[in-house]
Design a protein around this ligand. Structure first.
Ligand code: WT7
Length: 674
């Protein structure tokens, strides 16, 4: 048996025994580090990588030297941007940093659509496939760069005709259909700002986001397929727009052909909107720092934050990371199996792959529909070479068993990626062995809606430790700080980013104070990521989870307080406390402790009602897995719910000091919940 299998097996044993990364004994990590080749691909495949080519061009011999070069970050980004984007007018300065406000590629005239589409149609890529779209029922449609270019131009012209101008906001509530990226690019083309809301979110969640950004126009579709059923999206959009006074028009794309209710004068079918529209539309020349989109993400208050991203820096940061980390080459078939409604899809389904001129798979539906091998079938049929997904998906595939992937030829795969939550070594090993057949590196990429692109991630030539996202990429810099703001090693602390990066958020829409407070107030001029992290003696980062009251369910951020407000908005609920519990597949599950209004009789039926109520308020993903009726929830004297105490109690751990509580008796009351 080759020596490397012994190491893999040893690690596997340790993982099976311990389960979680942070418990992994130091000796076992060293075993891996001593034998770096264990998780490093063959020499030949490293030789030809994009990063290796760049190193040769710059006469850089080793990985350490490369990271060091990246430490000169202004030089680095200047250099990197040359390979990736084309400005209408060059920048005067790489970066202007007035903490916490940043400008990148200052003085440049730019539009991301130039790099995503316009430049390609002038080359041989005109007829290259940009998207291979597969609907859940199985229909396939391919879009070349030229097809996309024309569709985007027509829709951009249609938007202009509806009065959408540079700087106006457009809400997009669409499932995974080609019209979603087309709508986004059409907005960007004319300098409008898109705000995509995940189609799994509720009407109310969509309404709140549309109102916050005061969208003038909204995109939606009749309905779409999910696990063989149809989701009536137009109905939800109607409900939202009814109470969104800024919205003048709703553009409706026909996905299923279902009959929908119609608001004459406000609603327009997509096909009617683009009929007779010219196939050309000039791309608006913008300032490189003009906003490209807002994307809402949960924080510690009940109100989601509208994260702002800008054209220029975002284009450079997303395309650099995809090109280097996933080694994107002309002939690759890329599949980022996320939803475009989240940042992962914005950056790595829409913008970065298009900038690089890649061919991507776009799949509408559920991974296990009609059978648990739908994904493996897709990989085999299209010859997918690069796959990017989440630990939650990997864990659910693990549960379904190896026989499903084993039915398919997955030999085209060459790199595998993971994102959204810490990947436990057990899932890492399964992914590595069963899907990657031990010849694909696992790219565990740490980043956030706010960072826009990968920050901590391996490169194809980085030695890997299962469960660690390794180190910050060249040009980016992260540290782990203790409460005093001093860098620490081998202990959990605050993950921070110590200088700005191109894809950095430009603020929170209409809320500069919250931007300052959330990310920049704990440490001077240093970005606080909100994750508890440990940096080991080799400088590898181990992300352990959120430090704040934000849940991570299946790799998606949900604020505890948002779920609490949703529960409390039910007429029979007086108070609610929501905590996350470790969950085998989803990473975290939602447990809630509910105090009912006086005179209300607790019942199983009511629990069901409350679950549905949260689903309606927020979307299915936020429905609590557990609901416990209790008499009281522990609070501080100022009325703040002590989730830490509740969590400890629920997990059977020591609750610690409860003397600061206004109602310590509530702690014991929790276990009497029903
Ligand atoms: C939070 C950001 C970035 C796209 C998906 C989520 C967690 C993300 C990893 C990873 C451990 C991760 C963090 C982060 N997270 N990637 N590779 N390992 N944790 O975007 O909704 O903005 O959430 O997801 O907790 O702060 P998001």
């Amino acid at each position: 048996m080759p020596i490397r299998y012994v190491f893999v097996y040893l690690l596997y044993l340790c993982v099976m025994r311990e389960g979680k990364v942070e418990y992994m004994a130091k000796e076992n990590i060293s075993v891996l580090m001593d034998e770096k080749r264990v998780f490093t691909p063959s020499k030949e495949s490293v030789e030809n990588t994009n990063v290796k080519q760049w190193m040769e061009k710059h006469n850089i011999k080793t990985l350490d030297e490369l990271y060091k070069k990246g430490g000169d970050w202004q030089w680095f980004w200047d250099e990197i941007s040359k390979d990736l984007v084309e400005w209408y007018r060059p920048y005067k300065k790489v970066v202007e940093w007035n903490p916490p406000w940043v400008k990148w590629f200052v003085g440049a005239e730019y539009n991301i659509v130039h790099d995503a589409l316009d430049k390609h149609v002038k080359t041989w890529r005109k007829n290259k496939v940009a998207f291979i779209y597969e609907g859940e029922p199985g229909e396939v449609k391919k879009y070349t760069y030229n097809d996309l270019y024309i569709e985007v131009n027509k829709m951009a012209n249609a938007l202009k005709k509806l009065g959408v101008k540079k700087g106006d906001r457009v809400g997009i509530y669409l499932p995974m259909v080609p019209e979603l990226p087309i709508a986004m690019l059409a907005c960007a083309k004319i300098g409008a700002v898109h705000s995509v809301v995940f189609s799994g979110f509720s009407a109310l969640a969509f309404r709140d986001r549309v109102n916050d950004c005061e969208a003038k126009v909204v995109f939606t579709c009749d309905s779409f397929y999910r696990r063989g059923k149809k989701v009536q999206l137009k109905k939800q959009a109607d409900e939202a727009v009814e109470n969104a006074p800024s919205v003048k028009h709703v553009i409706v794309c026909k996905r299923t052909g279902d009959t929908v209710s119609w608001n004459e004068g406000r609603d327009i079918w997509w096909d009617d909107a683009i009929k007779d529209m010219p196939k050309e539309c000039e791309t608006e020349h913008l300032d490189a720092n003009d906003p490209l989109f807002f994307l809402y993400t949960s924080g510690t208050t009940g109100k989601p934050k509208g994260i702002i991203h800008a054209h220029g820096g975002y284009a450079v940061g997303t395309s650099y990371t995809l090109k280097w980390v996933f080694d994107m080459k002309e002939e690759d078939i890329w599949w980022c199996a996320a939803d475009i409604g989240w940042i992962t899809g914005h950056s790595y389904i829409v913008y970065a792959p298009l900038i690089l001129g890649a061919t991507s798979v776009l799949y509408e539906g559920a991974p296990d529909w009609p059978q648990p091998d739908r994904w493996w079938d897709i990989i085999e049929r299209y010859g997918v070479t690069l796959l990017y997904t989440s630990p939650t998906s990997i864990r659910s595939f693990m549960r379904q068993g190896e026989e499903w992937p084993d039915k398919h030829d997955l030999s085209t795969l060459r790199l595998l990626g993971s994102v959204g939550e810490p990947i436990n070594p057990e899932a890492w090993m399964w992914y590595y062995k069963v899907i990657g057949k031990e010849h694909c590196q696992i790219m565990d990429t740490w980043w956030q809606t706010e960072t826009g692109h990968f920050v901590i991630s391996p490169l194809p030539l980085t030695p890997l430790k299962p469960g660690s996202a390794t180190r910050p990429l060249p040009g980016l810099s992260a540290e782990v700080f203790n409460e005093e703001g001093k860098p620490i090693q081998n202990a959990g602390g605050n993950l921070v980013l110590t200088h700005p990066w191109p894809g950095m958020l430009r603020g929170i829409y209409k809320n500069p104070d919250r931007y300052q407070e959330t990310y920049w107030s704990k440490f001077d001029n240093t970005y606080l990521a909100g994750d508890v992290t440990r940096k080991d003696s080799d400088g590898f980062f181990w992300i352990q989870g959120r430090a704040d009251d934000v849940l991570n369910v299946s790799g998606h951020r949900i604020g505890n307080s948002e779920v609490e407000s949703a529960l409390v908005s039910h007429p029979l609920v007086a108070e609610a406390a929501v905590i996350g519990k470790p969950h085998e597949i989803k990473g975290e599950s939602i447990a809630s402790f509910v105090v009912l209004r006086k005179g209300t009789t607790p019942s199983e039926e009511l629990k069901k009602q409350l679950r549905e109520h949260v689903g309606k308020e927020m979307g299915k993903i936020a429905r609590p897995d557990e609901i416990w009726f209790v008499n009281d929830v522990p609070k501080t004297r100022s009325g703040k719910i002590m989730r830490r105490v509740i969590r400890a109690k629920a997990m059977g751990n020591d609750v610690g000091d409860t003397s600061t509580l206004a109602n310590p008796e509530a702690v014991d009351g929790l276990s009497k919940g029903q």
